[in-house]
Design a binder for this molecule. Structure first.
Ligand code: ADP
Length: 467
């Protein structure tokens, strides 16, 4: 066995469901999936560990998180190997090693963010302070696209604030979820982080457990709505980071060559399987052909293939379900007469869930490839002549996670940005995130913020001390 495969072997069960590499179909491990009935025991463990963990002072908890980040670094190649084999992303590029390094960076940043007591009033007559107290047990429910780092985004702030966590990884990337938990647990006291496995019914049981005081959920809008419904019984607080259908608006004053790379990776990061990836590109008629040509020339040079091959920077889609979504949307675009600039011709007989890099030009804004979240490597490029129309189209969906404006003039870009209905608007880039900067959605992309001071506050109970 390769040395870097040790962690995968450690979290894989000797029996249960076979887990296959999405690039090759090869069996990489097994999982004995858990059931909703097992959630209560995990929450028990977390609830018992919580008072002791909360009794540590903030510095001690931060020190433990720093040790957890060191453990991630020590196992970085093994973690990257697990996620590459189970999720499909390439070891290189914005792939598996990048995700593992991001986990360590995020955990460290979470442990380094100051959260002083806020003095709200101190006028000689009265005094009011705002403190942030632990909630108790936090349920962390994660998706399959960035299965390690999203787990860290949920777990690290929750722990920092004195909560304990029960984590439920996606059933599509359970081994990765177990791997990151195992590594974090090398540095954490027993019971502070517990993982449960299984499908949506296990997630549902976690949301409904009366001892869970907060649920961090990242996933689809549809499931987010179910989480809201399930939360009505016991009222856990919720942070919901749901899907997006991010628009990018290019203005006529840009240099198409100069922005091509930013546009490409904004859309194709992790093969488009990224919540805040660019999913609709609006380009003015005046430079439409230049932008499409520059993107196509760049895309043609990007190697796609098996994630473990060091030469590749894009891999397969993670699962058949997502492959079917992308294929359906592209086939529909073709029927509508949109122009296939590249891709759109998957080899269904080849092994793995590969879908080629696809650019679809001259597509009607009403097409499902534009209106629905494709979550894959197929970018619709919509031609516009009237900027007002482009802004209206950009805002014309019921989600609003991110958006971007591309212009040589910052003031013009800022004026457009202010009108876009999205939790983040990037200028001349798309999708970059930073542990110091809050991230969350508008409209049905969810509510609550992650990262930064706001992210810490979101996993705690504000308490006013008055007098
Ligand atoms: P995605 O397609 O992005 O994986 P989902 O929303 O289906 O989106 O899944 C995200 C996470 O939510 C997964 O861990 C999944 O098992 C979990 N999940 C699915 N259904 C439910 C539910 N009803 N309640 C809680 N969690 C759920």
């Amino acid at each position: 066995m390769e040395e870097r495969a040790a962690l995968l072997a450690r979290v894989s069960a000797g029996h249960g469901t076979e887990i296959k590499d999405p690039a090759t179909g090869e069996v990489i491990g097994r999982i004995a999936f858990g059931t909703p009935g097992e959630v209560a025991a995990a929450v028990d463990t977390a609830a018992k560990a919580q008072p002791g963990w909360a009794a540590l002072d903030d510095q001690e908890r931060c020190a433990a998180l720093m040790r957890a980040a060191d453990a991630i670094d020590a196992h970085a190649e093994e973690l990257a190997y697990v996620v590459s084999r189970e999720q499909g992303k390439t070891m290189n590029g914005l792939g598996a090693r990048y995700e593992a390094a991001g986990c360590a960076a995020w955990v460290r940043a979470t442990a380094s963010t100051p959260l002083p007591v806020e003095v709200l009033v101190d006028d000689g007559q009265s005094r009011a302070e705002l403190h942030y107290r632990p909630i108790g047990v936090v349920g962390a429910i994660t998706p399959w696209n960035w299965p390690m780092i999203i787990a860290c985004w949920q777990i690290a702030p929750a722990l920092r604030m004195g909560n304990t966590v029960v984590q439920k990884p996606s059933e599509y990337t359970t081994l990765t979820g177990l791997a990151i938990a195992a590594v974090l647990n090398e540095a954490l006291p027993p019971g502070v982080l517990t993982a449960v496995t299984g499908a949506g019914d296990v997630g549902d049981a976690l949301v409904r457990d009366p001892r869970v005081g907060k649920v961090m959920f990242t996933g689809s809008v549809k499931t987010g709505m179910k989480v809201i419904e399930a939360s009505a019984g016991n009222m856990p607080r919720l942070t919901l980071e749901l899907g997006g259908n991010d628009a990018a608006i290019v203005l006529p004053d840009v240099d198409p060559q100069a922005i091509a790379e930013g546009l490409f990776w904004g859309a194709f990061i992790n093969n488009g399987q990224t919540c805040a990836a660019m999913k609709r590109l609006y380009v003015p008629d005046a430079i439409y052909d230049e932008v499409v040509d520059a993107l196509a020339a760049l895309a043609a040079k990007i190697p796609m293939g098996v994630g473990l091959d060091e030469g590749n920077v894009l891999g397969p889609l993670q699962n058949q379900m997502q492959w079917n979504v992308v294929n359906r949307l592209v086939e529909d675009a073709k029927v509508r007469g949109a122009r296939v600039v590249m891709g759109g011709d998957p080899d269904a007989a080849a092994p793995g869930y590969f879908y080629p890099k696809t650019l679809i030009a001259d597509i009607d804004n009403a097409a499902p490839l534009v209106q629905e979240e494709q979550f894959g490597p197929a970018l619709p490029i919509i031609r516009y002549t009237d900027l007002e129309q482009a802004v209206e189209w950009a805002n014309g969906v019921d989600v609003g996670l991110g958006a971007s404006v591309w212009s040589a003039d910052r003031d013009t870009a800022l004026a457009i940005a202010a009108r876009l209905q999205a939790g983040t608007v990037w200028i001349n880039s798309h999708g970059g995130i930073d542990p110091r900067v809050p991230f969350g959605g508008a409209k049905r992309s969810g509510y609550g913020l992650e990262f930064g001071v706001e992210g810490l506050k979101a996993v705690s109970v504000p308490q006013v001390i008055s007098g």
